[in-house]
Design a binder for this molecule. Structure first.
Ligand SMILES: [Fe+2]
Ligand SMILES: [Fe+2]
Length: 181
């Protein structure tokens, strides 16, 4: 899976979020080893939007919570437990996402906030309570799995290189825009 032309066009529909200066800082926050939080969120929003459309749900709302669900500036790879009273990233980043969204005046309904707060289910104890919340957690897990898989594939290819085995390139499942330039 790569950030495709359709996804780049898709983000134009949500410029209020995707061109916001604070939000764009997510491009510098790594995610799942193979990507950054901005691109991850685009993939989640894109998937949530299309699932919502085909299931007769509010697609714009699904996209918005997809974009905003990980709006947290902490790089969890470097989280040493010194922020957020030592709580785990898994538990606090949805709260940061809601807070940061509100600080940028991105309007969220109570249902949307609750969906963001529960998107780590079942890894966190907060349980989704709406269809759109389940749709968000499903989209997030699916995209995260694809990105993590890409990370594993890349690591295996590097390992082969180190061992001077086949020079074959690793298949690409997730590609960032920078890779295409
Ligand atoms: Fe998350
Ligand atoms: Fe996520």
């Amino acid at each position: 899976m790569e950030l495709k032309k359709e996804q780049l066009e898709f983000i134009q529909q949500f410029k209020e979020i995707t061109e916001n200066k604070e939000y764009c800082k997510l491009k510098a926050v790594p995610r799942h080893g193979s990507t950054n939080t901005f691109d991850h969120s685009v993939r989640v929003a894109y998937m949530a939007y299309h699932l919502a459309k085909s299931w007769g749900m509010d697609a714009d709302s699904a996209a918005r919570i997809g974009f905003l669900h990980d709006f947290c500036m902490i790089d969890y790879h470097k989280d040493d437990g010194t922020t957020h009273n030592g709580r785990w990233y898994c538990f606090y980043h949805p709260e940061d996402a809601v807070e940061n969204s509100e600080a940028q005046n991105f309007a969220l309904t109570e249902t949307e906030k609750r969906a963001i707060l529960t998107h780590m289910f079942p890894l966190s104890t907060r349980i989704p309570n709406s269809k759109i919340a389940y749709l968000l957690t499903l989209s997030d897990k699916t995209v995260a799995l694809q990105e993590s898989w890409q990370n594993a594939v890349d690591a295996f290819a590097r390992f082969r290189e180190i061992l001077h085995l086949s020079p074959k390139k690793a298949p690409v499942y997730v590609r960032n825009r920078e890779d295409e330039e």
